[in-house]
Write a protein that binds this ligand. Structure first.
Ligand code: NIG
Ligand code: FE
Length: 427
């Protein structure tokens, strides 16, 4: 089953093949509904890349097609692997106490103020060795793959001092080297003010900018920097300071914006040209305009709203109507979204954010790739792109969003190698 990527594969008998062939930029408005659907589809793969994808008749006529090993997917649905562009997977323990307190009616911010929240995860991570974090992250990586995610953004942010942040980012680099899941590392030193500096937030921001960022950049440990810009965390001005420093060190910007309250994060994203602004629960029409002008991808993470029991969701429909490219991510983390399955996010996107299945799948693949600056190589099944694809055990792609609470992934291919398959596909 685990074959080498230099092998040629001819995937045949896709009842529905979603290529997402289309414009090279992030998809907006009506473009988000175009799946590039092809019935009786086939995909030719060589050296880890897509050679061609489309109707079986066309693909099978390619001169290389008869030299390839045939993989018959039995009429199932084939689409690009999910690109999950927002996660916090480096943590030491679940936050079960927070979970119980919420069931008793306490809110996220109240629990954080009483000793739970991000700082309780920081305490646990600081006490955990890099080796242990590597082994835990390796387990999560396998679960993401099984559920169809082939590329995952992974944030630090539960260390909050130089050594602990480096430990988390080094753990991501080590896991990336030995698992099939492609990890895109993000430095989130500005996730909360470190416990030793709670009374000196400005001092902590200085530490992030002057001590941590240079060290992270020097070791090449992160591609992005992120900030939690929100009530009780970092202000608009502080977030801008951190992201501008990050840009100077060659990192690209992401931001947690407008999650708990309208706090100016979307405006910062627009001013610094962030690649994505994430959450956006409290973003307003002026924010939508700003983000549209700066070309920032709006990333929605509805599993966090679900898990916190907020009873409200950001309006995905309004964002699409405003002309913003919308991406969908899990936000996998121990505090607000302990869920690695993008298929659950697809369900929430349709039932709560009012996206259509076509839009939700676009948001979880091609626009997720753009939210990571990977749109040229990931997220669609177009010639020359990385052969990252999944086979779902359904006959109609809308079933990917319709059934929920289960894993419908039958096979996962990463860079042209089969990295996960259910019983049906095992020889
Ligand atoms: O995306 N909002 C900030 N960060 C996470 C939550 C982190 C935590 O509670 O541990 C989020 O929801
Ligand atoms: Fe997050």
């Amino acid at each position: 089953m685990y074959n080498h990527r230099s092998m040629k594969h001819l995937l045949v008998n896709a009842g529905q093949l979603l290529t997402f062939i289309g414009p090279s930029g992030p998809r907006r408005g009506a473009e988000m509904s175009k799946t590039g659907l092809c019935r009786a589809g086939a995909v030719l793969i060589e050296d880890g890349k897509i050679v061609t994808a489309g109707s079986h008749d066309l693909v099978s006529r390619h001169p290389q097609a008869n030299k390839a090993r045939v993989l018959d997917v039995g009429g199932r649905v084939v689409l690009p692997g999910f690109v999950d562009s927002h996660s916090h997977p480096v943590f030491a323990a679940p936050r079960l106490k927070d979970f119980e307190l919420r069931a008793q009616g306490k809110g996220y911010e109240q629990i954080a103020a009483e000793g739970g929240g991000i700082l309780s995860s920081v305490d646990a991570v600081r006490k955990t060795t890099e080796d242990e974090l590597v082994s835990r992250l390796g387990v999560w990586a396998a679960r993401f793959i099984e559920c169809g995610t082939t590329t995952l953004e992974a944030k630090s942010g539960y260390g909050l001092d130089l050594d602990s942040e480096l430990k988390c980012l080094r753990a991501i680099r080590r896991v990336a080297a030995h698992t099939a899941l492609e990890l895109v590392p993000t430095f989130l030193g500005a996730h909360a003010v470190a416990p030793e500096l709670v009374h000196d937030p400005h001092g902590y921001v200085r530490r992030v900018c002057e001590e941590m960022l240079p060290a992270v950049a020097k070791e090449g440990l992160a591609r992005f920097a992120d900030v939690f810009c929100d009530r009780g965390y970092f202000s608009e001005a502080q977030a801008e300071t951190v992201l501008r420093a990050a840009l100077q060190h060659g990192l690209k910007a992401k931001i947690h914006a407008e999650q708990l309250a309208h706090s100016g994060g979307a405006a910062v994203a627009a001013r610094v040209g962030a690649v994505s602004a994430d959450h956006l629960d409290h973003a307003d029409a002026a924010d939508f305009e700003r983000l549209k002008k700066s070309g920032t991808v709006a990333t929605l993470v509805p599993a966090a709203n679900y898990f916190l029991g907020l009873g409200h969701y950001p309006s995905g429909r309004k964002l699409i109507e405003a002309g913003l490219p919308v991406a969908l991510a899990t936000d996998f983390n121990p505090g607000t979204a302990p869920c690695w399955n993008m298929q659950f996010a697809l369900s929430l996107a349709c039932t709560q954010l009012k996206l259509t299945p076509e839009e939700a799948l676009c948001a979880a693949t091609v626009n997720g790739a753009h939210a990571l600056g990977l749109g040229a190589t990931h997220g669609t099944l177009e010639p020359g792109k990385q052969a990252d694809l999944i086979v779902l055990d359904v006959r109609d792609y809308r079933e990917a969003c319709y059934y929920f609470g289960a894993n419908q992934v039958a096979l996962v291919m990463k860079r042209g190698a089969i990295v996960h398959a259910t019983q049906d596909f095992r020889p």
